[in-house]
Write a protein that binds this ligand. Sequence first.
Ligand SMILES: O=c1ccn([C@@H]2O[C@H](COP(=O)(O)O)[C@@H](O)[C@H]2O)c(=O)[nH]1
Length: 564
Amino acid sequence: MTSSSSFFQQLSSRSQSINSLLCIGLDPHFKELNLPPTANETERAEAAYQFCQRIIDATHPYTVCYKPNAAFFEAIGTKLGCATLRRVIDSIPSDIPILLDVKRGDIGTTASAYADACYDTVHGLNGDGVTLSPLMGWDSVEPFITGKYANKGAFLLCKTSNPGSNDILALTLQNNNNETLFEKIARLANEWSQKAVVSDNVPSSSSSTDNNNTTSSSSSSSSSPPPKLGLVVGATDPQALSAARRAAGPDVWILAPGVGAQGGDLASACKAGLNDAGTGMLIPVSRSVSGAADPGAEAQRLKDEINAARSAVLEARGVKKRKQIDNTNEDHGGGGGGGGVALYQKEFLEFSLQEGVLKFGSFVLKSGRTSPYFFNAGLFSSGSALHKLGKSYAAAIMASELVDKDGKVTFDVVFGPAYKGISLGALVCAALYNNFGVETGFAYNRKEVKDHGEGGILVGASMAGKRVLIVDDVITAGTAIRESYDLLKSIEAIPVGVSIALDRAEKKSLDDPLSAVQAVARDLNIPVVSIVALPQLQEYLRCSSKYDEEVLKHVTEYRSMYGV
Ligand SMILES: O=c1ccn([C@@H]2O[C@H](COP(=O)(O)O)[C@@H](O)[C@H]2O)c(=O)[nH]1
């Protein structure tokens, strides 16, 4: 994955946007490859690659990251083992982080070489994060998370899922706290994360442009840098999971292997390891998915089961869950949300700027206001931009209340009103399927009535009696959305929400405190979900070094004058 965000920011952001805590392991066990023992290295390599491809193709919408275990690739043979692992990594969609399960640990100089082998984009494996043994101390971990690898992250083996983890990791230390060795490791994850930041000489406050992991930090101060270290704690030992969570605090991510083939209980593990925001935990599963007749269906089932367990935990803890699980936009009723910027929002703003869709300057709007920015969705006009646009809409939808507590979308059909909405609706429908495995119908209307061919003004999926999401680019006065709403009602469809790209989140007039988006949400009594709103644009500018301070100043002034 190529990204300027840190490994744990990437995990956090993807976890939020696909509403999942599932991590799929890529472990091509020889016996799962269906090869004769005499198979040569080339045959083993190809079979391992195809084995992984089948899993990746089927499961990518559901997994926060992929976790290939190097052991199974090294065992292919000395010539093709690492090359096959790299080939698999290269085939993974670029927005999915790669956690290399290598469990390294060595003196600093050797650790540096291991880090190059794991991360180097040319000669190495191009991973985003690794698993490490912490037993050789800070200097064995440092090369994996500092210097040229400051954006990478590592999960430290803390209390592993195997029975033998009690032999050493569960021993009680004779120190002041009388804690277990694994609790000490859990505390060290925090201390060493801080140390890594100091080692990189990055001031805490400026190092964090992480706007999207608010859900993972229920009690952290806003100035603490995002963690660089997580912990491996087996789902097979819920007591250890609780103790590790207590020792590490809410912000540290815990990778909890052992569900499925190793017999760990998912519900108990979630209860013990989730933080109060219902996150901070990844459940890696390898054999249960690879051995399933339909790996995609099994991954989706696991994702849903984990989310059900999360909901149960949050309910039991008396926490209002939805917004804390997966959402940085606090207000989908058209208030423009809070100022946090999720990774998908940052990416959306960046490619909108690159494509010239979003521009800064001085623009006189129809309303007569002089705006410091202008957004023209009609300028998304290349294949790559449209692909990214669909993905951004889909990510915003999946992070909103258009997804119910079981992780299911609340609509059956995506409706794109003529003209602009037609292509946007089609993009969104395809992106929901492609990125999130969400299958819905697609329909659109014509402005002109045809008297031949399909006839009528509605084309595509049938909408009568169905829950419908309306997709458009922006809401200016809201007239087009209201017309769509009336049209849907007239055929007895059930409009349940609106999805737009940008919410300008500004008052309709100085005497009217509501924005056009808020008025639509209120009058039609349905949520309006935007990819970004004015507060995210302002926050993006505040964190970006690419734009002149004047741009931020003008946007801030505009927001304070007209913003809702
Ligand atoms: O404590 C640990 C640390 C790592 N693993 C690894 O996770 C997978 C588990 O595979 P399943 O098929 O889901 O059991 C495997 O790669 C292990 O090496 C672990 O199990 N426990």
